[in-house]
Design a binder for this molecule. Structure first.
Ligand code: ASP
Length: 445
């Protein structure tokens, strides 16, 4: 078995965390490919190394002294080295970075140093082989990963018999220049690696024991999701659940490699398994009707009212064209007989809302365009809802019984989720109600 294991910033935030990581790695001989984030926050007073590196670069750009910031990073790594008795020549590593900072250091190179240094320390600590991500993860100039090249790179670097430690978050362009991914990108690095080594599982170690059915800031002690499909996770993440980087699913789902979200601070907890298909697990352990609930506040609903608009050929296209011209992404388009509504994030239209209204009125030849703000969207996601008549009835009935007015309803034909829109003020109450009905009182269903 081959396991790719990725440790997030909080898992490598201090020497104590490094010790936990070492135990986790050494307790399973299959954990051979290790990817690490940069050291994260070890407490409220602490800082993420990547944040400090971004700040350093901003200081350089504006000609402001950055020594204090740089020293914070230096001290953090020196502390870890000392406590773990490492031999790594950090003085030399920091001198290389500092010298370049006085010249023309690239942003991507500088911010990638957190992962680079963390992986170097970890490799020595677990007696593994360090391989630089810039020598493995190959980007094309269009920013896409070249999987074939990355695989060849890795094969040419591996020496037999030792675990391999690779920094997350970055790779290199064909000319060797370092390129970083978006924030949280080490999740993607782990997933790319799992793809190229055909891993049996991609373990993603973080500081929570997997995905929770609902946001713990809203629902008290929500249960963990044991199994979830890639597509369910996509729906939940899109609406705000963020345990894993959005883009991390694709490299593994392409090869049907399971992702296991685990907690470095509670390694005995099995966490959440993310799979292409959960049917064999479901046969043994039937899941709740609802796998998870997530949501976001602050949407606006723009409604175009015009008699018989739905039978006007091209009406919907003209409406959508206006939003496209303003480069605004649309969440949902509820359609009525005499009206279309377009749901968008309020932030996206704030600066251009009057121009949009004017264009809609003109292009659709209609006077009645209204905007409703302070709306929240909630995704109720569950593979078990499929082909179960009465599910939406139960959901709407429950919300009605609690006096919650549903303003928008959206369900795609794959029936994997129902999206409802409520007013911002009802957001938390709605999520609690759904959790209570479908999880806490699920026996009564
Ligand atoms: N260190 C990077 C960040 O903070 C990447 C990562 O941790 O995944 O965004």
């Amino acid at each position: 078995m081959i396991k790719v294991v990725k440790f997030g910033g909080s898992s490598v935030a201090s020497a104590t965390q490094f010790k936990k990581v070492k135990n986790i790695i050494e307790s399973d001989k299959d954990r051979v490919f290790i990817v690490t984030s940069a050291c994260g926050k070890s407490g409220d007073e602490d800082y993420k190394v990547t944040d400090l590196l971004y700040l350093c670069h901003a200081h350089i750009k504006y000609g402001v002294p950055y020594d204090d910031l740089f020293n914070m990073i230096y001290d953090k790594y020196m502390g870890i080295k000392k406590q773990l008795n490492l031999k790594i020549d950090l003085e030399k590593e920091f001198k290389i970075i500092r010298d370049l900072m006085g010249k023309d250091i690239g942003l991507d190179y500088l911010v990638s140093r957190g992962e680079y240094l963390t992986a170097k320390c970890l490799a020595e600590y677990i007696n593994g082989q360090f391989i630089d991500a810039s020598e493995v993860i190959a980007f094309n100039y269009n920013g896409k990963v070249n999987f074939e090249k990355s695989e060849q790179n890795l094969i040419s670097k591996i020496k037999n018999g030792r675990r391999v430690v690779i920094p997350g978050f970055y790779g290199a362009l064909p000319n060797g220049v370092i390129k970083v991914m978006s924030r949280g990108g080490s999740d993607i690095s782990g997933s790319i690696l799992a793809n190229i080594v055909n891993a049996d599982v991609y373990e993603n170690w973080t500081d929570v024991s997997g995905l929770l059915i609902a946001d713990p800031r809203i629902v008290k002690n929500p249960k963990t999701i044991n199994y979830i499909t890639y597509s369910e996770l996509r729906e939940l993440s899109y609406m705000g659940a963020n345990v894993l980087h959005d883009e991390a699913i694709f490299p593994v789902s392409e090869k049907n490699i399971p992702i296991n979200i685990r907690n470095t601070n509670k390694p005995e907890h099995p966490g959440t398994m993310i799979l292409g298909d959960c049917s064999s697990q479901d046969a043994v352990d039937p899941p709740h009707f609802i796998t998870g609930i997530s949501g976001k506040k602050n949407f606006s609903v723009i409604t175009i009212n015009k008699p018989q608009i739905s039978s006007e050929v091209g009406g919907l296209r003209k409406t959508l064209q206006v939003f496209e011209d303003f480069n605004i992404s649309i969440e949902s388009v509820p359609v009525g007989v005499d009206s279309f509504s377009v749901v968008v994030e309020t932030e996206a239209i704030e600066k251009v809302v009057y121009e949009i209204i004017a264009r809609l009125k003109k292009d659709l030849d209609c006077d009645n365009v209204t905007v409703l703000d302070k709306m929240a969207l909630i995704a109720v996601v569950g593979r078990s809802m499929k082909n179960k008549p009465g599910m939406s009835g139960l959901l709407f009935g429950e919300l009605g019984a609690h006096n919650i007015n549903i303003r928008i309803i959206n369900q795609a034909a794959d029936e994997i989720d129902i999206i409802i829109g409520v007013e911002n003020k009802d957001f938390e109450k709605t999520i609690r109600c759904i959790y209570d009905k479908f999880i806490t009182r699920s026996d009564s269903l």
